[in-house]
Design a binder for this molecule. Structure first.
Ligand code: SF4
Length: 94
């Protein structure tokens, strides 16, 4: 592995198999929670974004299953579970 690879290149080595439904969901009405907005900077896979209305959204394709958002946002903001068996991330020295 090239030590000078940037983050996107390293993540691109991993393989992601999508499940039948998202394994992490923002609970209804919590889209403007400040804890979620911080995840835009914190999620190592860059899966959170905030729109002009201040509402945070999330796409789980590429999720590293690190659990950071679960710990920082809590169960009152996120419904978090591991992906169903056979789906999710496969690490390939990324
Ligand atoms: S579990 Fe980790 S990689 Fe997945 S969305 Fe949360 S912070 Fe991002």
């Amino acid at each position: 592995m090239n030590a000078t690879m940037d983050l996107k290149a390293k993540l691109g080595v991993d393989v992601f198999k999508p499940g039948s439904s998202a394994h992490i969901n923002i609970r209804q009405g919590r889209e403007k929670d400040p804890r979620l907005q911080k995840m835009v900077m914190i999620c190592p896979a860059g899966l959170y974004s905030v729109n002009e209305q201040g509402e945070t959204s999330l796409t789980v394709d590429g999720c590293l299953e690190c659990g950071t958002c679960r710990l920082l946002c809590g169960n009152d903001v996120l419904a978090w579970a591991y992906p169903e068996g056979g789906t999710g991330v496969q690490f390939r020295c990324g």
